[in-house]
Design a protein around this ligand. Structure first.
Ligand code: NCD
Length: 309
């Protein structure tokens, strides 16, 4: 990529030109995916391992499909069925896999920084598919792609990110990307789920009032409450969360304009998002999933062809 990026560890490390290059490359791949023959030979002879130490449905399938569409050789590793259960360290596991001549590692891990650690110790290109509460760069890229598809540009677009800001790697990667690309960002959620130092450092606006966030925005990116990452109660109950912050049809009907609804999945229906909104005419949630394949094709293509940029 432009700044000789060797890995995709986070949006934090990318320049505006890198993001634009990934998104324009993804646009070309999306066109490929509309053809009757969806496969291109771009990554023939490139071997990629998907190393998933944490549960995943969409992200894992999306990466694997992207690799197959690019004609890469793919191997899959899932921590729950591997020797990680027998006590092998992350580094040992990866060194063993790489000795089988693997070129690229796509990695999800519950520890923030795990892919950054690996990048310092192994020669393969690394793509972060979500590290703890840190970053999920390909999700932010596919979110950006989906917003550009709908609105034409990110510049000046008003995006509200609503939910568990503190534990969401999707929120952090989105905040970095949207700020770099000139969008306006407002985060919204219970005060206990919004880290003050972070939003100050990133210079995003904050509101604890969901009606205000919805009234202000063009797009609401709604996030799941990450109960698995909360070791102490940070709000009273899911029922009360829905009453105070849930995106319901009643709340949307009160707005002067219709807004676009996004969600990275998995949705907890009836908690952060009601079913009739998730499945309604202003939801682009399934477009996000579709665009994920083209965006991941672009990322892996650019990382394995650094001279293209
Ligand atoms: C997200 C994740 O894993 O960070 N999901 C995804 O990758 N599509 C969001 C979540 O788990 O809530």
């Amino acid at each position: 990529m432009k700044s000789a990026v060797q890995h995709l560890l986070g949006i934090k490390d990318l320049h505006q030109e890198d993001i634009s290059l990934i998104l324009s490359t993804a646009k070309q791949f999306k066109e490929v995916l509309q053809r009757p023959v969806k496969k291109v030979p771009s990554l023939r002879d490139v071997t990629i391992v998907n190393l998933f130490y944490e549960n995943s449905t969409r992200t894992r399938m999306s990466f694997e499909l992207a690799q197959k569409r690019l004609s890469a050789d793919v191997i899959n590793f899932s921590a729950s069925t591997s020797s990680a259960k027998k006590g092998e360290t992350l580094l040992d596991t990866v060194r063993n896999i790489l000795s089988m001549k693997v070129d690229m590692v796509v990695m999800r891990h519950s520890a923030s920084g795990a892919p950054h650690f690996l990048a310092q110790h192994i020669p393969a290109a690394i793509v972060n598919a979500g590290d703890g509460i840190n970053e999920h760069p390909t999700q932010a890229l596919l979110d950006a792609f989906s917003m550009i598809e709908k609105f034409g540009d990110l510049k000046g677009l008003k995006v509200a990110i609503i939910g568990d800001i503190m534990h969401s790697r999707v929120a952090l990667s989105n905040m970095y990307l949207l700020k770099k690309m000139g969008a306006k960002v407002k985060v919204c959620g219970p005060p206990t789920l919004i880290p003050k130092h972070l939003v100050e450092a990133l210079q995003v606006e904050v509101t604890y009032n969901v009606e205000e966030a919805l009234q202000w925005c063009d797009v609401a990116n709604v996030l799941r409450i990450q109960l698995e990452r909360q070791n102490q109660p940070l709000f009273s109950s899911l029922r009360e969360y829905n009453l105070a912050y849930g995106i319901t049809r009643a709340r949307l009907e009160k707005l002067q304009q219709s807004i676009t609804i996004m969600h990275p999945g998995p949705i907890n229906r009836g908690v952060e998002l009601d079913s009739d909104v998730a499945d309604g005419p202003h939801s682009i949630i399934l477009d996000q999933v579709e665009n994920g394949v083209a965006v991941r094709m672009a990322v892996m293509f650019l990382l394995s062809n650094p001279n293209r940029s």
